[in-house]
Design a protein around this ligand. Structure first.
Ligand code: CP
Length: 338
């Protein structure tokens, strides 16, 4: 478990196996991590997301699938994209949504996270969307909720951000069609990135040809060798012949010690410029989960350039989160089992 200064901080056990996520029929009950989920489950999420992507084009951007359900957004850590796209996704499924304002909630008076959950359960909430600075927070809640309630991990510490990974997979599939011939490079602060971990598990499960990580040694996790990635220490060789580039933000808020000399020097070695992007394939697609720090991990010309799909990722986040919510609540029958 990572440390946390948050007043609602609880001692969470380290995340265990993903078996907690599936019900007896092998269907998603919670969505906590991409680690351990089958290709069939990940593909089903993307297929259902595809079916929801047209809802945004309708005059009335709603379907009645989750009418009568109540979904609580519990964001113990800041967010722009994840929180708003979960909110929009729930509303487009016709659910009622509670956005608990943690800063003005009773957690500031010392109420434990479990007591907060129990009180919201007493209000007949059907689903909790949880973001927390501590790894394992969403697993902890999932182990304690009533059997009919689903928990979705919206990012926990350095551990996992599975819906971000799935909206990224959905975006890659839409642009590149097929995973198996792709070389994908993830660049930057792998050590602190829950997004990178979730992406690496999903990319390997979906059968990409190669996953690369390009980073300074100080920003690689100690278990890099077990992740199923090829490690590069420079952009020129790491980007060679790559189909997809995923940039990561330097997570200063999670860096305890001085892991980097300066942001300027980091950009000099690992910042993505138009010139460096030319080492990759001409039709390379450039991704970033956001928030972007322009001039730190990438040039504005690349972030806004013709290869960038960064805003498509945000749009695809709504359909992907609609899919995860509908599937975990058992309101989308594809007729397939994993
Ligand atoms: N990608 C992502 O998690 O962004 P937010 O922190 O804005 O939700």
């Amino acid at each position: 478990m990572s440390s946390s200064k948050h007043p609602a901080s609880t001692s969470f056990k380290a995340p265990d196996s993903s078996s907690l996520q599936l019900n007896d029929q092998g269907k998603l009950r919670h969505f906590l991590t991409t680690d351990g989920l089958s290709k069939q489950v990940l593909t089903e999420i993307m297929d259902v997301a595809e079916s929801f992507s047209g809802v945004a084009e309708q005059a009335v951007k709603k379907v009645p699938l989750l009418r009568g359900k109540t979904i609580a957004n519990l964001f113990f850590e800041n967010s722009t994209r994840t929180r708003t796209t979960f909110d929009l996704a729930a509303k487009r499924l016709s659910a009622d949504v509670i956005n608990l304002n943690i800063a003005t909630s009773a957690t500031t008076k010392g109420e434990s996270i479990l007591d907060t959950i129990r009180n919201l359960e007493a209000m007949q909430v059907d689903m909790f969307i949880v973001r927390h600075a501590d790894s394992g927070a969403a697993h902890f809640i999932a182990r304690h909720v009533a059997p009919h309630i689903s928990v979705i991990n919206a990012g926990d510490g350095r551990h996992a951000h599975p819906t971000q990974a799935m909206l990224d997979m959905f975006t890659i599939r839409r642009v590149k069609k097929d995973f198996k011939r792709l070389k994908v490079a993830i660049i930057g602060d792998i050590l602190h990135s829950r997004v990178a971990r979730s992406q690496i598990h999903a990319l390997n499960t979906l059968g990409v040809r190669e996953v690369r990580v390009i980073a300074p040694k100080t920003l690689l996790p100690s278990d890099t060798d077990s992740l199923g990635v090829h490690v590069y220490g420079d952009l020129k060789t790491g980007l060679d012949d790559v189909d997809v580039v995923i940039m990561l933000r330097l997570q200063r808020e999670r860096m305890g010690a001085a892991l980097l000399p300066s942001e300027h020097e980091y950009f000099e070695c690992f910042g993505l410029t138009e010139e460096r992007l030319s080492y990759a394939k001409p039709d390379v697609c450039v991704m970033h989960p956001g928030p972007i720090n322009r001039g730190v991990e990438m040039d504005a010309a690349v972030a806004d350039g013709p290869n960038s799909v960064i805003l498509q990722q945000v749009t695809n986040g709504i359909a992907t989160r609609m899919a995860v919510m509908a599937l975990t609540l058992g309101h989308y029958a594809t007729g397939k089992s994993s």
